[in-house]
Structure formats: structure tokens, C-alpha cells
Design a protein around this ligand. Structure first.
Ligand code: ATP
Ligand code: MG
Length: 414
């Protein structure tokens, strides 16, 4: 990411997103947003700076320890840079929702978080400031909470699949809450920080295989995805693994956690007095869950999952540019004219094009294009232009052909 000019570190674990990296970040964010919206989750935006008082109510102000960045304002009020938002959303909820008639509620935001990690590392993968999508569900009872959980489970499968990732939902620690409603979504990668154990058949599962109606009972989908063994090291049970997974299907490897969904019941609603009136008039703390996606971590995770010696191989859905247009001879007026024409045609048809009109040698241009990883390259040189063709190549190496200049745009829009 540094070599490709996507990010620059400003201090340990804190990065600026340069134009190329920013485009990818925004594309990922948009996919996450679309899938949250499709699942019936509503977007809002909470601030990065939060009052300490709410965290004192939940008891986490002291528990959170040194990972929390604590700030004092000019009036000596204790504030903090939010590492997560359970307290703030619970406060919003308790001030707005009082009756079972207004449930369920699913809300999310995409906002920067700060965690003063002991060891920020692997660039944006474990940053101190990072972008997270966090959703929160509010339900009347456990059954409702499970429905909300299932919606997020399915939304996550679809979200990661759209980014070309095979994310496996793995049983994760539920802490004192118990039960089975906690899954970490993990991308297998040797460089990952999590130790994981799972059935190899997960790699053949296809989450995008069918449509989904979020009003349906999603339990069968969740059951299918949790039927085989998959667990993070905290939840791993060696005997269960040995008995449930034949040895030739047993994967013990490492992975990158890109999302975490979690049901925690009334942990915060009880402590903070977020109650709702039930149909029978009784008043009870609302049932909650929270659901995170590491939006900025995903940029690195996708690169880990899709690269070669030369650089990044972006899936089209998140690529900063879909097409890299390479002018092999900037001094040649016919070549430059052809390039400019292609650039304006493609751009006006809504295709994201990065035009390399620098004076570098061809070899340097190819290397840059491969490093940046645009899915498609259009190579334009004097010889091709003279006979009316350009070379079209895919970053994966599967396509490499000459095509007539006038058919270029339709290849990307048709
Ligand atoms: P980890 O075990 O990696 O520290 P976590 O359990 O602390 O993660 P959550 O609190 O569940 O993470 O946050 C939701 C998501 O946010 C994670 O699944 C991960 O993708 C992302 N995330 C968490 N911490 C960081 C970080 N320091 N830098 C970048 N992304 C992060
Ligand atoms: Mg953490």
C-alpha cells in the first residue's frame, strides 16, 4: 500500500489515505452500506468524541484501560475518542424508544474509531485510528434478537462475497453471555493474526449463490453455514475438531478477522436503564447485539487475499480504477490523440480510468500499472494506432488481446 501510494503513516498506527487508497476505502464502505441497507439496517452518524459519563454508567470507563484515548476539554470535562459505540447508541435508544411497538430497531454507522493498541502493526490492518462499520440491534426478546443476528450474519456473507473474499463465519468467544451467538468472519491468510481451525469444505461454499429475502426465516441459511466445524483459537476444541472433521479436510491455519457479530443481551440496557414497555405493560431492558466490520482493515485484507509478485490484483468491485490506460509514446501525436479520445469516451460512459500520460519508459508504466492493480490495462502504442487497435489485458493474465479502438468502450459498458 505504501509503494502503490495508497497511504502514508502520520504516526504509529495512524494513516492518511491518499487519493488512490481513499478511492478503495470509499468503494468498500459503499458495499458495506448497500448490504446493511438491504438488510433493513438504518444509517446514522454518531460523533468520534464521546462523554465519559456514559461509559461510567456502563462500567466500561475503568474496564477499558489503556486502549481508550482519554481527553479533557477546556471545562475539565472527561471525554474520550470512541473505541466503539454501545454506550452512545444505548443512550440514543433510551431517549427515543419506549414501547414494544417501535421494535425491532437496527441501526448502524460508519465512523472512525480510536484504540490505543499496544502493538499497532501490519499497516492499516491493526491501526490505532481505523474505520469501522458498527451496527446495533434492539429487540423485545431473545427470539427477536436472534432474528436480527441472523440478518447481520447473512448480510455479512453477502458483503464479503461482493469484495471477492471468502470469509468464513467462525464460532467466537461469547464471554459471560454464553450461547452460540458470536461469530468472527475470517479470511484465511498465512499472515493473519488469528489462529483458526475449520473444515476445508468452507472454501467451496458460495454465499452469492442465491438471493435473500430478509423477511424470511434466515435460520436455515445460518444453520448451513455453521454446520461444519469452524472456530477461532479461543473457542477451539481439539476433540470436537478431530471427531467432526476428517483429517484430509482439517484446516489449521491463520486468518484475518474482518467482521464480528455478537449478541450480548441486556448487558448495556440493564446498566443504562434502556427499557421498553411490553404489550402486557411490563417494562424490561431491551435485548441488544452489536455487529462490526473493519472497513479500513478490509483494504489490507483484500490485498492479502489477492496479489502476486508484481503487486495488487483488485477485484473489480473495489478497484480504485477499473481501467489503466497506458500511453506508450506520449510524444506521438496520433497515439496521444487516440488515448485522449478513449479516456474521454470511457469516462463519460462511467468507467473509472486512470490515464498514464507520463514520460516514463513502457516497462516502468507496466510495472506501475501492475503494482496499482487495475483489473484492466489498455495499452496504446503507435503501431496499434496505425492499424486501429489497442491491446487489452486483464491484471489476472487471463485476457490479452488486440481489439479495435472503436469497440473499446462497449467492452466495458456492454
Ligand atoms: P481484534 O481481535 O483484531 O483486535 P476486536 O475483537 O478488537 O478485533 P471488534 O471490537 O469486534 O474487534 O471490532 C470489529 C472489527 O473492527 C473487527 O472485526 C476488525 O475487523 C476491526 N478492527 C478491530 N480492531 C482494529 C484495529 N486496531 N485496526 C483495524 N481494524 C480493527
Ligand atoms: Mg481488539
Amino acid at each position: 500500500m505504501l509503494r502503490a501510494g495508497m497511504i502514508r503513516q502520520s504516526s504509529a498506527g495512524i494513516y492518511s489515505w491518499l487519493p488512490l487508497g481513499f478511492r478503495v476505502l470509499k468503494k468498500i464502505e459503499q458495499i458495506v452500506r448497500e448490504e446493511q441497507d438491504a438488510a433493513g439496517c438504518q444509517e446514522l452518524l454518531m460523533p468520534t468524541i464521546q462523554p465519559a459519563g456514559l461509559w461510567r454508567e456502563s462500567g466500561r470507563y475503568d474496564d477499558y484501560g489503556k486502549e481508550m484515548l482519554r481527553i479533557t476539554d477546556r471545562h475539565d470535562r472527561d471525554m474520550l475518542f470512541g473505541p466503539t459505540n454501545e454506550e452512545l447508541i444505548t443512550d440514543i435508544f433510551r431517549n427515543s424508544v419506549k414501547s414494544y411497538r417501535d421494535l425491532p430497531q437496527l441501526l448502524y454507522h460508519i465512523q472512525w474509531k480510536f484504540r490505543d493498541e499496544v502493538r499497532p502493526r501490519f499497516g492499516i490492518m491493526r491501526g490505532r485510528e481505523f474505520l469501522m462499520k458498527d451496527s446495533y440491534s434492539f429487540d423485545l426478546d431473545y427470539e427477536g434478537a436472534r432474528r436480527s443476528y441472523n440478518k447481520m450474519f447473512v448480510a455479512y456473507l453477502r458483503t464479503f462475497a461482493r469484495m471477492g473474499l471468502k470469509a468464513i463465519p467462525m464460532a467466537a468467544d461469547t464471554g459471560p453471555i454464553g450461547g452460540d451467538l458470536s461469530h468472527e468472519f475470517i479470511i484465511l491468510a498465512e499472515t493473519g493474526e488469528s489462529e483458526v481451525f475449520c473444515h476445508a469444505d468452507y472454501l467451496g461454499f458460495d454465499p452469492s449463490a442465491r438471493g435473500v429475502d430478509y423477511d424470511d426465516d434466515l435460520q436455515p441459511v445460518v444453520d448451513e453455514w455453521t454446520r461444519l466445524y469452524a472456530a477461532t483459537d479461543e473457542k477451539h476444541d481439539a476433540d470436537g475438531f478431530a471427531s467432526r472433521v476428517p483429517s484430509d479436510k482439517a484446516l489449521h491455519t491463520r486468518g484475518i478477522e474482518v467482521g464480528h457479530i455478537f449478541y450480548f443481551g441486556t448487558k448495556y440496557s440493564k446498566a443504562m436503564g434502556a427499557t421498553v414497555q411490553h404489550a402486557d405493560g411490563s417494562e424490561m431492558p431491551v435485548e441488544m447485539g452489536s455487529y462490526g466490520i473493519g472497513v479500513s482493515r478490509l483494504v489490507g485484507a483484500i490485498i492479502e487475499a489477492s496479489h502476486d509478485e508484481a503487486g495488487i490484483i483488485w477485484p473489480e468491485s473495489v478497484a480504485p480504477f477499473r481501467v489503466g490506460l497506458i500511453n506508450l509514446k506520449v510524444d506521438d501525436s496520433a497515439t496521444t490523440e487516440a488515448c485522449e479520445q478513449l479516456y474521454s469516451e470511457l469516462s463519460s460512459s462511467g468507467v473509472d480510468v486512470l490515464y498514464d500520460d507520463t514520460h516514463e519508459r513502457a516497462g516502468v508504466k507496466f510495472a506501475t500499472s501492475e503494482l496499482i492493480g487495475t483489473p484492466w490495462q489498455l495499452v496504446v502504442g503507435p503501431r496499434g494506432v496505425a492499424s486501429g487497435v489497442v491491446e487489452m489485458r486483464s491484471r489476472t493474465g487471463n485476457v490479452d488481446e488486440e481489439i479495435p479502438i472503436e469497440s473499446v468502450t462497449s467492452r466495458f459498458t456492454g
